[in-house]
Design a protein around this ligand. Sequence first.
Ligand code: NAP
Length: 243
Amino acid sequence: MKVAIVTGASRGIGRACALRLAADGMTVVVNYSHSEAAATEVVDKIRAAGGDALAVRADVSNPAEVKEMFKTVWKTYGQIDVLVNNAGIVRDEYLLMLTEENLDACLDLNIKGYLYCAQQAVLKMFRKKSGVIINMSSVSSKMALAGQTVYSATKGAVNSMTQTMAKELAPYGIRVNAVAPGFIATEMIDALPEDKRAQYLTEVPLGRFGTVEDVAAVVSMLASDGAAYMTGQTLVLDGGLSL
Ligand code: NAP
């Protein structure tokens, strides 16, 4: 049975990816940093459906905690086949209002966190000469939204690291791809004022916000052998928003 680690899997897109990969037959490590009860609920749901899952706490922007998490997974399962680098934050601020604290938080989690986890996963994937890494990017890496200078820069970095890692790791049988979602119906979208939501909706050619299951379906495909010849790509999943 394959073992997948999904970072930031206690809610939102990460939760949907964890449930989907479990439904695909994988053992799933549900990473979280604060929301223990929510992560446990995801694990319980997977187990209730007959799958295997483990919740592991680690702030993935902290390299020592990342190492500890991978050690725990290795001790428990002795293999790591799929890494979904999903945990990420948005700190929307206009350039002139940008604080050092928010800048550091975004860079530390959205860029460094992805690299720390990839590094640890690859150390284990090397042994089997196979593995899949999926990095959660954003359509903000492809189109400009005022107020997202830092967020878009981090997601642009995710696309670039995806390409480079893919080239570097291909000889070892490790595939690396990214998914760039547009507006996905999560708490973030729910929290918008009704008029703002309606305005955003008019900008999506497919006429609806994406669901977390839409994203999980693409992650599932990338993790599967159906994508065996695909590496280094960023798949945009935005209902046509960026066209
Ligand atoms: P979300 O609902 O805010 O969930 C974030 C998840 O990450 C939570 O499980 C949270 O768990 C975890 N997390 C936060 N900081 C962490 C840390 N330092 N270490 C480990 N886990 C941490 O996020 P989302 O909207 O599903 O977004 C997930 C990813 O998709 C992000 O990379 C985001 O940039 C990307 N994305 C989202 C959208 C969208 O419309 N939602 C669109 C494009 C791209 P805790 O509460 O335990 O910290």
